[in-house]
Design a protein around this ligand. Structure first.
Ligand SMILES: Nc1ncnc2c1ncn2[C@@H]1O[C@H](COP(=O)(O)OP(=O)(O)O)[C@@H](O)[C@H]1O
Ligand SMILES: [Mg+2]
Length: 363
């Protein structure tokens, strides 16, 4: 079976790495010259809206998926009219607009921080009355790794934030003084079967994920699964979906969903019985889903800006390096390590041994 992937970044690369043992083949479409999945399949370098390229992409594959949630809706519909595209265009669009996402959560009875749409400077004042301060002003579309966001602490911050972001449709959200950030990685098969990984505790800095650590028995596990299940069913979703939450006051507030495999699930390659990448492929190919159980203690550490020398990483027990083949650049995710151990204490010791090797951007 040949699977076409829209987007050829590190998520596409790791999907392909998980798929070859199952006998799958891959083709990628991505406008970028520097596409780190390209060595793992044919890379059609074309704009997502280039219909000739899309038609060529579809003619050589049995089914399609995406690893980038900002693939234009028209491209998704074009592909879905020719080969099964999973998750479908409806799921893709649900993850593209922060306002639409929040409205979906509200409709499904999932708690969210206070929010308001902002499309003019006057609306910003009114929105801030509703959310209170501090608040986070975000572009509705295209943001990632904290880009397109500005924290408003007082009315004195409004002008600068508006000058920076005001050209696009925006959303203002109350700033949540969360106790923890967690994500629920969920997978739903073509037959509607669902599985959930143990909740992952995530640490971000400057809007970028730094570490992700799954924990069995999180007191919020059942609640996270319940909220994820509502979204999966509503979107008739097939594949892996990541749901990011703020944990506060014994409950969860929904932040955002990503309709794809997710950085907070990378630990699952070594840390779970079946990785998020294999489970995504199993789901879209109509196979039974794999076990989401942990294989022991694990944690993921991102390499941002630069990666430690492989020589040094390879010398550490329990450290599994993943280097994406991307050029080093400030604030760019260029790799990660999953650290595994038989006990939490040993995991802590191994994480401490890795720490001095990290680029100062990562610390
Ligand atoms: N309303 C908020 N309250 C507190 N922190 C927030 C809020 N919104 C975003 N953040 C912080 O910024 C990070 C990135 O924001 P997010 O909305 O998830 O956008 P992105 O698409 O860049 O991941 C979050 O993981 C969180 O740490
Ligand atoms: Mg996020």
């Amino acid at each position: 079976m040949k699977i076409g992937i829209l987007g050829a970044g590190q998520l596409g690369r790791m999907l392909a790495l998980a798929g070859y043992p199952l006998g799958f083949e891959f083709a990628f479409l991505d406008p970028a010259a520097e596409a780190c999945a390209a060595p793992l399949g044919g890379h059609l370098r074309a704009d997502y809206l280039d219909q000739d390229a899309l038609a060529k992409f579809c003619s050589g594959i049995d089914l399609a998926t995406f690893e980038f949630e900002n693939v234009p809706q028209q491209a998704a519909e074009f592909v879905a009219a020719r080969v099964p595209l999973l998750p479908g265009p409806q799921a893709l669009s649900a993850g593209q607009d922060r306002l639409g996402e929040k409205q979906l959560f509200v409709a499904l009875g999932i708690p969210v921080p206070k929010f308001a749409a902002v499309s003019s400077r006057a609306e910003l004042e009114a929105a801030a009355q509703h959310t209170g301060l501090p608040a986070v002003l975000k572009t509705r579309r295209m943001g990632y790794d904290g880009k397109g966001q500005s924290v408003l602490r007082s009315a004195a911050d409004f002008d600068a934030a508006w000058a920076q972001l005001g050209a696009q449709p925006l959303i203002l959200e109350a700033f949540v003084p969360f106790e923890r950030e967690v994500s629920c990685l969920a997978v739903r098969g073509r037959d509607g079967a669902m599985r959930f990984y143990p909740l992952v505790q995530n640490v971000h800095r400057s809007g970028i994920l730094r570490t992700a650590r799954p924990r069995a028995g999180d007191p919020l596990q059942t609640l996270g699964e319940d909220y994820a299940r509502r979204v999966l069913r509503q979107l008739d979703y097939v594949g892996v979906l990541a749901f990011e939450f703020f944990a506060i006051d014994g409950g969860l507030l929904a932040n955002e969903i990503a309709p794809r495999v997710h950085n907070s699930g990378h630990w699952s390659i070594e840390g779970a019985e079946c990785s998020q990448f294999e489970n995504h492929l199993r789901a879209i190919a109509g196979l039974p889903l794999g076990s989401t159980a942990l294989r022991g203690a694990s944690a993921m550490v991102n390499f941002i800006g630069a990666a430690p020398p492989l020589q040094a990483l390879a010398a550490l027990d329990g450290v599994h390096a993943h280097l994406y083949g991307k050029l080093p650049k400030p604030q760019r995710k260029i790799g990660h390590a999953t650290v595994t151990a038989e006990s939490d204490a040993l995991l802590e010791a191994r994480l401490a041994a890795l720490q001095p090797l990290l680029h100062q951007d990562d610390v």
